[in-house]
Design a protein around this ligand. Sequence first.
Ligand code: ATP
Ligand code: MG
Length: 565
Amino acid sequence: MTDTKTAEASAPEKAANFIRNIVTDDLKNGKHTGIVTRFPPEPNGYLHIGHAKSICLNFGLALDFGGRCHLRFDDTNPTKEDIEYEDSIKENVKWLGFDWGQHMYYASNYFEQFYNYAVLLIEKGLAYVDSLSADEMRALRGTLNEPGKESPYRSRGVEENLDLFRRMRAGEFEEGSNVLRLKIDMASPNINLRDPVIYRIRKVEHHRTGDAWCIYPMYDYAHCISDAIEGITHSVCTLEFEDHRPLYDWVLDQLPVKCHPQQIEFARLNLSYTVMSKRKLLELVQEKLVDGWDDPRMPTLVGLRRRGFTPQSIVNFCETIGVGKSDSFIDMSILEESVREDLNVRAPRAMSVLRPLKLVIEGYPEGESEEFEAANHPNDPEMGTRKVPFSKTVYIERDDFQEEPAKGFFRLAPGREVRLRYAYIIRCESVVKDENGEIVEVRCSYDTGSRGGSAPDGRKIKGTIHWVSADHAVDAEVRLYDRLFSTPNPGGKNEPDYRSSINPKSIEVLSGCKLEPSLAGATLENRYQFERLGYFCLDSKDSKPEALVFNRTATLRDSWSEQKK
Ligand code: ATP
Ligand code: MG
């Protein structure tokens, strides 16, 4: 077997899905010679894990089929959009590992074209200016079971419509006084085809076009034309747009566009124990229920990144959940497992004590120390080794000691032996308590012949615990996270408001943690497995060289499913 074959064999096979099948067929049948997809975020919020699904799908299709994927800012609604969001979106797409090359576009760059096409539709008798109020229009729209009624302005002549539309653009009318509507069919069973509004008056500044416009196109009108202008072949969107597809096709059928993309819908990602609506995420930030968009508990990409998620773990997650046509919930544990799997392979190991208890080794010479060699990864010798210093006083985890050991507790207790990982076998001889009866120190003897951790006589030692030398320890703050919400569908059935489901224990801050000295050189790019405790990374916002702050990315096991058992 050649090297390349080995590499191919070990690359994860991309699962087929119905969209890949459509693209494969289109290329095979010669419908297209290459494919062009797009990711079209509205710059009105930060990207979240649901967007990652769409990014992986659109950029992934382009990569797999040798096509290209455009990044297009769908910035047609001036009221909520901001440059801050644009910058973050670009950075996040890059962080996930995707590249739009030269192909970054703005729907707002097409405003003149949208306008000209609207004029054309008026000239063809396919659009009219309606002067009904929003309430009056709603009253005529009909329902799912009843047809709508035509507006009295529907029969305006072409010249009058052209004049009114030009004056709408010129700013002669108040907001809400006039809109431009398509003339399709007020009796259509599909409400989207009942003369949809395609332009409204909005006297607000746009973050890119300034005050050049006071009429703005609606999504259903602007999106299909943007796709056509850019020569998109497959316009992939989420299921709620299925009923909009006839409108997408209708608009493009009426216009002299060079291409008519195929809209394909897939099921959006819903994830349990979190919220993904941009409105709710914005509320969490604005009401200071979280520490900003990049709070490590947020499902945003900046949040997951600050939490310690690798881009690969997110890409793998998107591949694992697949692409389908039916809406469902994906369990949060699947996302958590994907980061565990990725970090298990790449994270170097280290020892840290989060809730320190002092342990003094009687008989170990005062003021001396020695070093033990520890592997950085149990299964990957290429990751090398490091030296871990040891001395008379070490810290162990408070809950690795029990004065009166419970049944099944095999760690340290009076009279019992445990192994200090990599170092020695020790025995607890006594404890020191403070005036409140609280244990403040454990005193142990050690087996001088057990250097490295194995008993010279081969006796069995049940417990192995981690430790950090007191003389060498690096102090740090460590933040432990749990799911932001304690119910699977926050704000869902029987829950008054999603806010009331916020998990009060979703963050725990521990100060005075003791880390092995090699972690003084920790970098933002790396994640670490603190043995027995989980995966950790430096906090990109609050950690400083003189005051380290670590975030726990994930525990070693899925504690939620263990709780359910
Ligand atoms: P809005 O209601 O503001 O339109 P949105 O979540 O659709 O919110 P967009 O910025 O329009 O936000 O989304 C960009 C792209 O990401 C769209 O193509 C959208 O379909 C896709 N997307 C958004 N949320 C999800 C999700 N949960 N799963 C999969 N794709 C998503
Ligand atoms: Mg959208």
